[in-house]
Write a protein that binds this ligand. Sequence first.
Ligand code: PMT
Length: 418
Amino acid sequence: MLIALGVTGGIGAYKAVEVARGLQKRGHEVVAIMTASATKFVGPVTFEAITRRRVITDQFESGANSDIEHIALASSIDLLLVAPATANILGKFANGLADDFLSTLYTATRAPVLVAPAMNTNMFAHEAVRRNLDALAARGVRFVDPGEGYLACGWIGKGRLAEPDEIVAAAEAILRPTGTGPAPREAAASVLGGRRVIVTAGPTYEDVDPVRFIGNRSSGRMGFAIAAEAARRGADVTLIMGPTAVEPPAVRDVVKVRSAADMHDAVIGLADRADLVVMAAAVADYSPVERAAQKVHKAGETLTLVLRKTPDILGELGRRRLAAGRGPVLVGFAAETERVSEQAEAKRAHKHVDLIVANDVSRSDAGFEVDTNAVTIVGAHGAEVLPLMTKTRAAAEILDRVERLLAGSPAATRALRN
Ligand code: PMT
């Protein structure tokens, strides 16, 4: 899921780095928002390195308002978590003040809000702060209470930021029951519990020479969301990923590949033992016939590259299953720019797969790179057009349908027994 982590100016800001890590380990994506005072305690670069995303520090940063960033983020996050939360930010939230990115995001989002206050004992006990806390609680904001002990100001008492593990657990407790996947203890009850799942994600790079390649815009986010959601449902997940700067979720196995041929070998080598294969990767359809051993130097006005078709991995899995009469449930994606359902159905039939998840990659809020997607799920019984949602939620919708297939599929059941 996508979590906005607000960091405000308290000594506990350093602990928010551990909170970000903990959330990522649980398969969540984190976008960090730092107030101006928070940057006095920890540098934005620290959060950028951990989250692998731009850290939002300024509402009026050049370029940040081209898509009215606080509104775009407000509608795509699954949780707004603020840790540490100072008396100042609590006052702004409680009173509807919106004078920086974080307070504006709070007023704009309808996602659940979790706040971990941290401040001096007397400040925490002050009537004004208590009133703000009560007002927020009445509005449904949830809290991770501060701990007691030595405070940075030298006092002993209540006010120290809760431990990162406690904050991560509180975030998980909010996210899970709201419905996109069972908690680990429920995983055994999930149809995917204990199943072997292969997910592909990201682009492939087809090398032209030692410095150039043919690639595409896939970030891996869609496939990562599926891998994380399958792992959350208790599946034994192998993620096969192409080159991307986005951090993969913590699943059982992560296999890094580069080209379509590498991805082919990795998938085919594991697919016989899988119960489900989801191909969200944007695999190159063509690759240079020859890779130059040395850098190709500029010469004539034009340059001709001869490309050869790459192996169709999903198509091969579909043909094998058809021939054997058994095999994993197969889910493919279709990156389309027009006649989305029609093209997806043609791919489903041609590749002999159970589901094709089509996305319109000409949209700026869906498909490549972004955190949201608008998918059409095409199966044997027709096409379901889903609205725009986070990729995390889309992953849950896709896996809900896969679980129904797994529950009723004799082929999948046979594959499970092998
Ligand atoms: O990674 P993100 O930035 O989050 O973006 C997500 C996405 C847009 C990449 C993803 O949602 C998506 O659409 N993935 C599939 C892109 C694609 O390659 O579509 P296609 O229509 O060209 O291929 C159809 C299916 O065949 C895909 O499942 C693909 O993985 C598979 N394929 C394609 C070529 C090939 N040689 N072998 C394959 O198995």
